[in-house]
Design a protein around this ligand. Structure first.
Ligand code: SAH
Ligand code: SF4
Length: 341
């Protein structure tokens, strides 16, 4: 049996039509579960018994179990346990423009980026669509808030779980569903070129962020194994296509790692690499972790890197830091929790 939070509106419409029901029952179901947040089919009070039976035949209600929460001024981290006892995390940030939730897409990650805790934990499995949807539902219910922005930057590589992620975006973006605007949704990828192509064809107006972290193949190969499969030439070819086809700006994430990718030469090389593209660079101060040798670039060097990019007319920002104290970097909560046990 499937979770009711797994199904997109169009698939649910198909299901009803195939079973001799009217299409609008799907909209009605979505309203009960996503607008009114009702968690039992029996509580759909204006829906006929037959329709409810039809729903019960295929679907069940599911929910995530919250096992830990840590919070700081504008940030909170949630550790959830899945049905099979695997753990995932989500991070809620309180921005001046609203609440933004960073969701996980996999248990662990197979991309093996050297600086990342999630990569160290290796992929155990993909998250189902409902396990992503439920991160939003659980936190909205717990905190009595509405989340206005979603970033797919928690544990996992979203494009290594492509179809479930697309369905998730479909459900949260649907006006009948959670209704988060496409421009308020950001997918971050380490650069799976074929999936970036698929995503471009798919044509959703969702923001795309690329974990770049290096200005050339030599450095990128050392810290991101995926670069050996899809080197920068291929990545930039598809990104340029993406930009011209969708007319959308791409974000490059660039973690500054001391002595690795933070020199003036790197900044110049980076400026050169993205020159003329409709993009902006988000410089990320590295969140040091207890296991990994990488060090955070000191503040003055971050500023120097920023200035070099600015002088070269590159759009650049430095990421505001959330959750330095609560260890909100990708994957850190889960590994800390597991260590403590
Ligand atoms: N797998 C996807 C999305 C999840 S990672 C991706 O790599 O894009 C989200 C972002 O957090 C990535 O840019 C990643 O490189 C970054 N990140 C990972 N570990 C970090 C750390 N310790 N400090 C700061 N950023 C980190
Ligand atoms: Fe995976 Fe992203 Fe971490 Fe790389 S940075 S290991 S792709 S979660």
């Amino acid at each position: 049996m499937k979770s009711i939070y797994d199904i997109t509106l169009s698939s649910l419409e198909e299901y009803f039509l195939e079973n001799g029901e009217k299409k609008f029952k799907a909209t009605q179901t979505f309203e009960w579960i996503y607008k009114k947040r009702i968690k039992s089919f029996d509580d759909f009070s204006n829906v006929k018994k037959d329709t409810i039976q039809l729903l019960k035949k295929q679907f069940k209600f599911t929910h995530l179990k919250l096992v830990a929460k840590t919070s700081d001024t504008d940030v909170a981290k949630y550790l959830f346990e899945l049905e099979d006892t695997n753990k995932i995390e989500a991070v809620l940030m309180n921005h001046d423009y609203g609440y933004s939730l960073c969701v996980s897409t996999q248990v662990g990650c197979n991309m093996g980026c050297k600086f990342c805790e999630s990569g160290r934990l290796k992929k155990v499995r993909n998250l189902n669509t409902h396990e992503m949807v439920e991160q939003i539902l659980a936190i909205e219910e717990l905190e009595k808030i509405r989340i206005s922005h979603v970033v797919l930057m928690g544990i996992g590589e979203p494009f290594d779980n492509y179809q479930n992620v697309i369905n998730f975006i479909d459900i949260i973006n649907s006006p009948k569903g959670i209704d988060i605007g496409a421009r308020h949704i950001t997918v971050s990828t380490s650069g799976l070129v074929p999936r970036i192509k698929d995503f471009m064809e798919h044509g959703k107006q969702v923001n795309l962020a690329i974990s770049l972290h290096a200005p050339n193949n030599e450095i990128r190969n050392k810290i991101m194994p995926i670069n050996q499969a899809y080197p920068l030439e291929e990545l930039f070819k598809v990104l340029k296509e993406y930009i011209s086809k969708t007319n959308r700006r791409v974000t490059f994430e660039y973690i500054l790692l001391e002595g690795i990718n933070d020199s003036k030469e790197c900044a110049l090389e980076l400026a050169n690499l993205v020159k003329g593209m409709n993009c902006y660079i988000n410089l990320i101060p590295y969140n040091e972790t207890s296991h990994i040798e990488f060090k955070r670039t000191p503040q003055d060097k971050i500023m120097a890197f920023y200035d070099t990019l600015k002088k070269n007319k590159i759009n650049v920002t430095i990421r505001r830091e959330f959750g330095h104290e609560v260890k909100a970097a990708c994957g850190q909560l889960r590994s800390n929790y597991e260590e403590a046990r």
